[in-house]
Design a protein around this ligand. Structure first.
Ligand code: NAD
Length: 344
């Protein structure tokens, strides 16, 4: 199994993407991970070279490999082209966004945080159904956005979350919603959660409920009261970044986009244009995304070795990038990590 080649699409991404991807590939090479990469482009890099932020060749590659490791992709705010990330989620029905958050470096603001966030990834307010209504000579006087949640879509994500939470030995799933105000849009998600839990999961794992605003406050005050959170698209986006902040920032947070037709692994953070090209980006989040990918293809031993090497590099060798309070460049960190992998 270990030596069987696994074809996968590789998208280096924009900004710091190519730098942290190069670091991650070095770690995977040191682990002798048997990926055969088909390198493709998306985001700004693809826009500049092909005029399409998600070119047909990239789509074709993922359709064939059904597996991808992706660097962050730049999306202009306001106008410009539509997010390649959202397009990928829609095209490959990547309905579950999985974001584990675990303390790696002790001594931060919060010790021993271990949270999982399951975010619905293709519905809700992210569908981009937006338009303006003109008024008093201003063509964009009123902005309107429509969110869409379906029972089937909610149930699919909730089922994935419950099944995985149980498989991972977790104790409790908190359903995060705003059904007191958005009674239809997030009420249907809560309603499906209650029904599903009663019919299938009661007695196998605990379930409780939290309103999103109170939930964010409770996460900051006492994150240990939570275990696994499951929620709709926009709330999940915000909550998972908040959780990343609890364990040292976006440089430590990986994400997986799992769907019926493909699985795409990435860092939660963006292309960090403010530090791109400086060689100082923290590659840990993308490396942890690669560890999730190794788990996904059942190379659990290599995934564990990668996580252990990251832990040893930052905690025993104390080699850390600037965002973690250290002074190591991406390259110095990567060399130290590769040495740890080789020594294990
Ligand atoms: P960002 O995550 O790129 O950066 C936020 C802050 O965190 C910056 O100060 C940045 O320097 C820092 N940071 C992020 N990752 C880091 C790392 N690995 N090491 C050290 N510091 C790091 O968020 P942003 O500035 O809001 O977004 C920039 C671009 O990225 C936008 O075009 C946005 O659309 C895109 N984006 C893409 C993804 C993705 O592809 N998954 C996710 C989020 C944002």
């Amino acid at each position: 199994m270990t030596n069987t080649p696994i074809r996968a699409t590789l998208i280096p991404g924009d900004g710091i993407g190519p730098e942290i991807m190069e670091a991650t590939l070095k770690a995977l090479e040191a682990l002798q991970a048997p990926f055969e990469w088909d390198v493709q482009t998306a985001g700004l890099a693809a826009m500049q070279t092909t005029g399409d932020a998600l070119p047909p060749a990239t789509m074709e590659s993922i359709r064939s490999t059904r597996l991808a490791l992706k660097g962050p992709l730049e999306t202009p705010s306001g106008g410009g082209y539509r997010s390649s990330n959202v397009r990928l989620r829609e095209a490959f029905k990547l309905y579950a966004n999985v974001r584990p958050t675990k303390t790696i470096i002790p001594g931060g603001r919060y010790e021993n945080v271990d949270l999982m966030v399951f975010r619905e990834n293709v519905e809700g307010l992210y569908m981009g159904y937006e338009h303006f209504i003109p008024m008093d000579g201003d063509p964009e006087a009123v902005a309107i956005a429509t969110g869409v949640n379906t029972r089937q879509g909610s149930r699919r994500l909730l089922e994935y979350a419950f099944e995985n939470a149980i498989a991972l030995g977790r104790k409790k799933v908190t359903v995060v919603h705003k059904a007191n105000i958005m009674k239809a849009l997030t009420g249907i998600f809560l309603d499906e959660a209650r029904k599903l839990y009663k019919s299938k999961y009661e007695g196998r794992i605990l379930m409780d409920e939290a309103i999103v605003d109170a939930c964010t406050m409770k996460l900051v005050i006492n994150p240990w009261q939570f275990d696994t959170l499951v929620t709709t698209n926009l709330f999940g986006d915000i909550i998972s970044d908040l959780c990343a902040g609890l364990v040292g920032g976006l440089g430590m947070a990986p994400g997986a986009n799992i769907g019926a037709d493909a699985a795409i692994f990435e860092a939660v953070h963006g292309s960090a244009p403010d530090i791109a090209g400086k060689g100082i980006a923290n590659p840990i989040a993308l490396m942890l995304g690669a560890a999730m990918m190794l788990d996904h293809v059942k190379l659990h031993d290599k995934a564990t070795r990668l996580r252990t090497a990251i832990d040893q590099t930052v905690n025993l060798d104390k080699v850390r990038t600037g965002d973690l309070g250290g002074s190591a460049s991406t390259r110095v960190f990567t060399d130290a990590l590769v040495a740890r992998i080789a020594a294990a």
